[in-house]
Design a protein around this ligand. Structure first.
Ligand code: G
Ligand code: MN
Length: 300
């Protein structure tokens, strides 16, 4: 029994018991354009230069404050709102990407968008992606679709068909939260995935457990044998940054490098860059210690 299955069950139980009535409010928030996206930079491990961003869905409830993304996605999936919200996320992320690309054509940047298993395997998903690519004019290989190993639970043949269709469009595929699902290794080999994102728990274990660095090294080595790019998620300090660099991870995404930021902050970052490469506001070249507030108001 895969752990991922249990995680989904727990989440749905939490949504129904601790977030009653939020479905109508989410419906209203979506209708009134109160959902937003933050973008978190992904940086090259060797030099800390940003190569792209991941779009993260944000809903700030007027009374409850920030609602965890995993809960928003759970409510949206259970209520059927996920189709509309998911399409909006994709459209908005690609539109922002194209705007940034038009303003700063010399700075290459990928855009990663999360897609839940239910939506990816649901009807018309590939058509939606194709439509958005055409509507925004985005280069398909600038778009990365992030999914968890949850897509392989159930009808793995159907998952394979959808992933092949997406690859046919030219988009790139990333396995998110890698290592927390089940049967990961089989799927890594069989499915047309381009990128592996090592789960935050493994990255954090680098300086917490003696086996931590070995696990991250093993995933990285395996991914490289399979010709995949490796991103370590959740890097929060120098020891973890050094750890992931030492074992040869290609890229990193964590508070140590940059927090998720709203679109205007990305634009400011682009303006402050040198026209060819995207520099983070707290670029590592400065060697200044980066203060990390571990509290994340936007878990999951
Ligand atoms: O599962 P996924 O990779 O899509 O989740 C990304 C989430 O992880 C976002 O909500 C983001 O705010 C959070 N996150 C990103 N980097 C860090 C980090 O360094 N530490 C912590 N605690 N959370 C992070
Ligand atoms: Mn993700």
């Amino acid at each position: 029994m895969g752990r991922r299955t249990q995680v989904i069950d727990v989440r749905e139980a939490q949504v129904s018991s601790s977030l009653p009535g939020l479905e109508q409010e989410l419906r209203r928030a979506f209708k009134h354009h109160q959902l937003d996206l933050d973008y978190q930079p992904i940086v090259r491990a060797t030099d800390g230069l940003s190569t792209g961003v991941e779009a993260l869905l944000r809903w700030t409830h007027p009374l409850r404050g920030p609602i965890a993304t995993i809960d928003v996605v759970g409510i949206a999936e259970d209520s059927g709102l996920i189709t509309g919200i998911g399409a909006w996320v994709l459209q908005r992320a690609c539109t922002d990407h194209e705007q940034w690309n038009a303003d700063h054509p010399g700075i290459p940047m990928t855009m990663a968008v999360n897609v839940s298993a239910r939506r990816l395997l649901g009807p018309a998903f590939v058509t939606t992606v194709a439509d958005v690519l055409v509507a925004t004019g985005m280069a398909p290989d600038d778009l990365v679709m992030e999914m968890t190993e949850g897509i392989f639970i159930g009808d793995a043949d159907r998952a394979l068909t959808v992933l092949r269709d997406l690859k046919g469009l030219g988009v790139r595929l990333a396995l998110d939260d890698f290592g927390t699902g089940y049967c990961s290794l089989t799927y890594l080999r069989q499915f047309p995935v381009d990128i592996v994102k090592i789960d935050q728990a493994f990255t954090r274990s680098i300086d917490h457990e003696s086996a931590g660095a070995a696990i991250v090294a093993a995933i990285t080595h395996l991914a490289h044998v399979l010709d995949l790019t490796v991103i370590a998620e959740g890097d929060e300090n120098t020891a973890q940054r050094n750890g992931i660099t030492d074992v040869g991870c290609d890229a990193a995404q964590g508070f140590f490098f940059a927090r998720p930021m709203p679109a205007p902050a990305v634009r400011a970052m682009l303006r402050a860059s040198d026209g060819h490469q995207l520099h983070l506001p707290d670029h590592l070249g400065s060697q200044a210690p980066v203060a990390v507030n571990h509290a994340d108001p936007w878990p999951g």
